[in-house]
Design a binder for this molecule. Structure first.
Ligand code: C5J
Length: 225
């Protein structure tokens, strides 16, 4: 057991029971010219999380600990896309329509895939999820259970949407979540801050919030790097 500095109090990190869960670091959300930018969002707000994630992923892989990636998206026939999600926002271009990097949020399309900087390697499961939460309609819980995982280090985008939803789902299932502030991001800085506040409020009602440098130092100090 090692201690990682976090809020609202230090996180008792047990590498034997921990997995890194990287949420939706997909090209359409993060890359200039993608769907996120097409909607008028500043992708720079998300891109600042790439380098901290890249450093953490390298240290985590070097320590030999499990990594799981998620992608938000739908089957090409859109049979798993709720009609309400299809029309939400009332935009001209919605999920499943042709977008700048292929059909928007459709599995197999370029924009749906994970950015090259954090691309999964062999042995790292990729969980394709139709919703915001990574546990809804996926086999994530089974994957974690079979590997004996009880703690999740959670990173990715966006802080207030898919990261927050997943952390809440994980918390209700009995997982301890450490969310890394510098490895998460939102198009809206105020939502990023508030999304993290909501996790760590009331004595860590959904989990802990920390920083990648402290976790990497802990990985190094315990001889796992
Ligand atoms: C995620 C979204 N990944 N903001 N999706 O947060 O729609």
């Amino acid at each position: 057991m090692a201690v990682v500095r976090a809020e609202p109090y230090d996180f008792a990190f047990d590498p034997a029971q921990a997995a890194l869960l990287i949420i939706d670091m997909q090209r359409d959300f993060l890359e200039p010219g993608g769907f996120g930018e097409m909607l008028g969002n500043d992708v720079g707000q998300l891109r600042r999380a790439i380098e901290p994630n890249r450093r953490l992923l390298a240290a985590w892989r070097a320590a030999g600990l499990p990594v799981i990636h998620t992608r938000e998206g739908h089957r090409p026939d859109l049979s798993d896309l709720p009609p309400a999600k299809k029309v939400r926002g009332g935009g001209k271009t919605t999920i499943g329509d042709p977008g700048p990097m292929g059909r928007i949020l459709v599995r197999g399309e370029a924009g749906h895939d994970i950015i090259p900087e954090l691309y999964p390697i062999a042995g790292e499961p990729v969980v394709d999820k139709p919703g915001k939460g990574a546990f809804f309609a996926t086999d994530l819980e089974a994957i974690l259970k079979h590997r004996g995982v009880k703690q999740l280090v959670v990173t990715g985008v966006t802080t207030e949407v898919c990261v927050n939803t997943t952390v809440r789902e994980a918390n209700d299932r009995g997982f301890d979540c450490l969310v890394l502030a510098d490895c998460t991001g939102s198009y809206f800085p105020e939502f990023h801050a508030m999304g993290l506040n909501m996790i760590k409020a009331q004595g860590g009602i959904f989990g802990w919030v920390g920083d990648s440098a402290d976790l990497i130092a802990t990985l190094g100090a315990s001889g796992m790097k």
